[in-house]
Structure formats: structure tokens, C-alpha cells
Design a protein around this ligand. Structure first.
Ligand code: TEU
Ligand code: CA
Length: 526
């Protein structure tokens, strides 16, 4: 088995992880100073969200130079040190690879916009007229420079690269080689199934993402990934995980099929869509059964899943699928139990291991995420009443996940002014308190990670669903003669339920046997 199958991934959003110099922005020396904490937690791989030079319109996902570290985060020397220190502790690092677009501040784009004859013009997509496509952050996907428009599926400062230009493919190979040679373990590839555009024709009208059929899971997209594997990745023994947009299990499998040799693992979203429809802006009531069904569907469809409940784009999982108040600890531990007992590679997002909650923003001025402000503009145009719009934005903004990591109740994240408002609940939700309390969410994660690593059935074992009722999810993992049954009450209500055997793992200190308390989760050896 490969390290990425046995191991646990921990995602760091560098801006919000730990500030070392008091400027209010998390940085690489900050990460280095917390490697021992990550080792203590028991993780194996860090996924580092972008640290490249960037004007921060999309906080790093708009890359201005793939070979430079954003000075806010430190220097290349700091980065080398991080890789070395992490490797010394047995922790590998994967970096974000954002190749669908660059920042419009990238020098390729600065050249390209000089005119049609510029050798870099063809690095991007240009048209005389807009087409009818709509983008991921809402609105049009075309922006005018001179007498032509360039394509941007995301923010207007994120210009889509033209991957039908062989020079661009060569640039990507060079970038990958540069970082792999520095000793990183691989890449998390941003929006990897939409990088190749078959045509720039008008798309079929859709409620969101008109035009998608021209660039979603194209044949050439697969060929490009095969080429990157063959020409670059195969020279190393790396790990690649691709973030996708709107994939079916079959489309996900096509990207990770060992025969086709593209990616190792795929990040899919179906289970993140259970409490909303249409790219998250319309809320539907969260029903645990929908979550069970989505998880089960993907467990059954793919040989190996990317297991996650959080990342830097999603509101916090306790706030969405658990309880922020009376049962925060129990529900966070219940979600941890599922995360660490399904089949696949678990991804923990910074702060999840202490049960951090959504941000509780009170004003749009407190929000830095460009997506939120774009949607706000569109919402205003559509005359959505202000209170409704604001409520929706506060609930869904990606800044919910990006509030500074709560190390302690005071200056743990920064001695300065944090770039994004800290959550007031850092007074009682923080790493320092959690470390001192053996029953904390943090210690629960640590113990469960140890248990998983020592239990082959939880790593290699088969997955079998036993039942999915309105509130209770039951499944089994078995390997050779060992079988573990996981029973999780995913609701905040106590449920009558007979359990005949004492659990080997549980998120409550006592065991009842005749009922499951709110969010109670048990692992039983059968
Ligand atoms: O996200 C891709 C993506 O699909 C997002 O538009 C997602 O739907 C949205 O953030 C949910 O609110 C990746 C990165 O994870 C994200 O941070 C970037 O902004 C985006 O690509 C563009 O690079
Ligand atoms: Ca800093």
C-alpha cells in the first residue's frame, strides 16, 4: 500500500494557520513552528494551499509566479526548510497546482495583453465577442482588454490558460518538475476536470454554468493528464489528487483509473451538496439520510475515496452537519468517526480537529472572499432583498472556513491584527485548552487516527452498508477475519436502539446499550 492510502492528509490554508511575525497573516515559519503539533496529531501528509506569488484576489488561487513564494508567507528558503523539517518528521507535503488559470498579474498575461502578435497571446483564450458562458463566481466569463475579450471561468483576475497550446503544457511540466525536485510529494490539482476547452461556442442555457458542456471532462483533458503523468510524474513516486467540478462516480473513476494513468485520487462534491442546490446558493434543510446516501453511493462506486467534510471553500462541518452549541463536541467526534472509518484517504482541514465553527460575520465588510462579494453584486442586481441576501452570504461564505486557527484564547494566531476576523469562540475553542483535556475533540482525533492505523480493516477493509435510516448510519469494514461495525446517530435527538456489545471506540464516556444519545457514534468489533 502507498503512503497516500495508509496515511492521513491535513490541509493547511497558510494565510490562516499561524503568523510568525505579527503582520496578521499566517506564514511558512508559522507552519514550521507547528510541525510538532501535526506530528502529535498523527498526520502523514500536508496539503498546502497555494503559497506562490499572488495579488490575492482569490488568495493564492490566482498565481502570479509559480516559482516564487508570496513574500507575505516567507521566502523560498523558508519553503525549503519547511519541506526538509517536515520530511525529517516523516511528513510529506503536497502543493496546490493551479493550472486552469493564472492571475492577470502573471507576466505571461501581461505580455499576452500587449497585442495579437505577442508570443504569449496564445497562452490564453481570446475572442472578439463574448459568448454566453457563465462562471463559477457568477456572471460573465469574459473581460475586455483592448479590442478583445479573454476567458475567465473564475474571477476576472483569473485568466484561463489555453491548454491547446503545447508551450503552455511545457510550462506546466516545468513547474511540476521544479517542485518535485525540491522534494515535495505531489500535488492537489485545482479544478482538474475543466482545464481543456473543446470550443468557445455558446453553451446550452443552464441555471448555473452555461457552457459547461464545452469544457467538462473533455477527452483532451484526460490526454493532458496522461501526458503529465508519463513525462513528469512517472519520474518520481508522487501522490496526485484532483479537485473536480460536478463529476459522476464514473467520471471520477475515469480520472483515477490505474489503467489510464492520470491521477491517484479525486475530490468529489456530492456529499457537500446535501444541504443546498445549485452551487450552494439555495439552502435546503440538512437531512442526515441524504449525507449517508451520498457517502454510501461513492463508497460503493469507487475503489478509493477522498474522505472529507471540510476544506477552505466550505463552511465548517459542525456548523452544517452537527451542532455548534449543546452538542458541538459530540457531533464533531461523530463526524470524525465517520471520516476516519470509511474506505479511502481521510483529509482533515485545519481547525476541524478542535471543532472550529463558522465565522459568525455581522457585516459584509468583515468578509474578504471575492466569491462572496461577486455573488453579493449579482444578488443586488437580481433585487434579492438585502436581509435575505446577507443571511445567505454569511451562511455560505468561504470565509467561514478561513477564520484564523484558534491556538489559544489570545494571541496564538497573531500578535498583530489578523487579516480576517477571529471567531470570538476562541475563548473556549482552542488548541491549548483541547490539549489539556483528554476528552477533547483533538484527543479524540488523535486516538482515532492511532486506532485506524493499527486496524487493517479500517484501512484496507471492504465497505458494506448495513442500514441508513432517517438518523442512524450503520456500516461495516472487514478484512480477513476481522469486522468492525460503525453505528452513528447523525442527529441531535436521542434514539431508541439496541446495541448488544460494548464498543471498542465511542464518543461518549459511558455506554447505554438501549439507546443512542445525540450524535453518539460507536465502533463495535463483531
Ligand atoms: O475551487 C473550485 C470550485 O469549484 C469552486 O468554485 C467552488 O465551487 C466554490 O469555491 C464553492 O464555493 C477551487 C479552489 O478550491 C477555490 O478556492 C478557488 O477559488 C477556485 O478553484 C479557483 O481557483
Ligand atoms: Ca506573517
Amino acid at each position: 500500500m502507498k503512503l497516500w492510502q495508509k496515511g492521513i492528509v491535513y490541509q493547511i490554508y497558510p494565510r490562516s494557520f499561524k503568523d510568525s511575525n505579527g503582520d496578521g497573516i499566517g506564514d511558512i515559519p508559522g507552519i514550521i513552528s507547528e510541525l510538532d503539533y501535526l506530528k502529535f496529531l498523527g498526520i502523514d501528509i500536508i496539503w498546502l494551499s497555494p503559497v506562490y506569488l499572488s495579488p490575492n484576489n482569490d488568495f493564492g488561487y490566482d498565481v502570479a509566479d509559480y516559482y516564487q513564494i508570496n513574500p507575505e508567507f516567507g521566502t523560498m528558503h523558508d519553503m525549503d526548510l519547511l519541506i526538509r523539517r517536515a520530511n525529517q518528521l516523516g511528513i510529506k507535503i503536497i502543493m496546490d497546482l493551479v493550472i486552469n488559470h493564472t492571475s492577470t498579474e502573471h507576466w505571461w498575461f501581461k505580455e499576452a495583453k500587449k497585442g495579437k502578435d505577442n508570443p504569449y497571446r496564445d497562452y490564453y483564450h481570446w475572442r472578439d465577442k463574448k459568448n454566453n458562458w457563465s462562471g463559477f463566481f457568477g456572471g460573465t466569463t469574459w473581460e475586455k482588454v483592448g479590442d478583445q475579450y479573454y476567458l475567465h471561468l473564475f474571477d476576472k483576475t483569473q485568466a484561463d490558460l489555453n491548454l491547446s497550446n503545447p508551450k503552455v503544457i511545457q510550462e506546466i511540466k516545468d513547474i511540476m518538475t521544479f517542485w518535485l525536485d525540491k522534494g515535495i510529494y505531489g500535488f492537489r490539482c485545482d479544478v482538474i476536470n475543466i482545464i481543456y476547452k473543446n470550443s468557445l461556442k455558446n453553451g446550452q442555457r443552464r441555471l448555473v454554468l452555461t457552457g459547461l458542456e464545452h469544457y467538462h471532462s473533455t477527452k483532451r483533458n484526460h490526454e493532458i493528464l496522461q501526458e503529465l503523468r508519463r513525462d513528469v510524474l512517472d519520474n518520481y513516486d508522487p501522490f496526485t489528487v484532483g479537485e473536480t467540478v460536478l463529476v459522476t462516480p464514473q467520471q471520477a473513476y475515469d480520472l483515477m483509473d490505474p489503467e489510464r494513468k492520470e491521477l491517484d485520487l479525486v475530490i468529489a462534491f456530492e456529499h457537500m451538496d446535501v444541504d443546498h442546490i445549485n452551487n450552494k446558493w439555495f439552502k435546503v434543510k440538512y437531512k442526515p439520510q441524504k449525507m449517508m446516501e451520498a457517502l454510501t453511493k461513492w463508497q460503493e462506486a469507487l475503489p478509493w475515496n477522498c474522505l472529507y467534510f471540510e476544506n477552505h471553500d466550505q463552511p465548517r462541518s459542525v456548523s452544517r452537519f452537527g451542532s455548534e452549541t449543546s452538542y458541538r463536541e459530540e457531533s464533531a467526534k461523530m463526524l470524525a468517526t465517520i471520516l476516519l472509518t470509511l474506505r479511502g484517504t481521510p483529509f482533515i482541514y485545519q481547525g476541524q480537529e478542535i471543532g472550529m465553527t463558522n465565522g459568525h460575520f455581522k457585516s459584509l465588510d468583515e468578509i474578504m472572499d471575492t466569491e462572496t462579494h461577486n455573488i453579493n453584486k449579482i444578488g443586488k442586481k437580481l433585487l434579492i432583498p438585502r436581509p435575505i441576501l446577507r443571511k445567505m452570504l454569511f451562511r455560505t461564505t468561504r470565509d467561514n472556513a478561513r477564520t484564523p486557527m484558534q491556538w489559544d484564547d489570545s494571541t496564538g494566531f497573531t500578535t498583530g491584527q489578523p487579516w480576517l476576523k477571529e471567531n470570538d469562540n476562541k475563548s473556549y475553542i482552542n488548541v491549548e485548552l483541547a490539549s489539556e483535556d483528554p476528552n477533547s475533540i483533538l484527543h479524540f482525533y488523535k486516538r482515532l487516527i492511532e486506532f485506524r492505523k493499527a486496524t487493517p480493516a479500517l484501512i484496507k477493509g471492504d465497505f458494506k452498508v448495513i442500514s441508513m435510516t432517517k438518523d442512524i448510519y450503520i456500516y461495516e469494514r472487514s478484512y480477513k477475519d476481522k469486522t468492525f461495525r460503525i453505528i452513528a446517530n447523525m442527529s441531535g435527538k436521542e434514539k431508541k436502539f439496541q446495541v448488544y456489545k460494548k464498543p471498542v471506540f465511542s464518543n461518549y464516556l459511558t455506554f447505554l446499550g438501549y439507546s443512542l444519545r445525540p450524535y453518539e457514534a460507536l465502533i463495535i468489533e463483531v
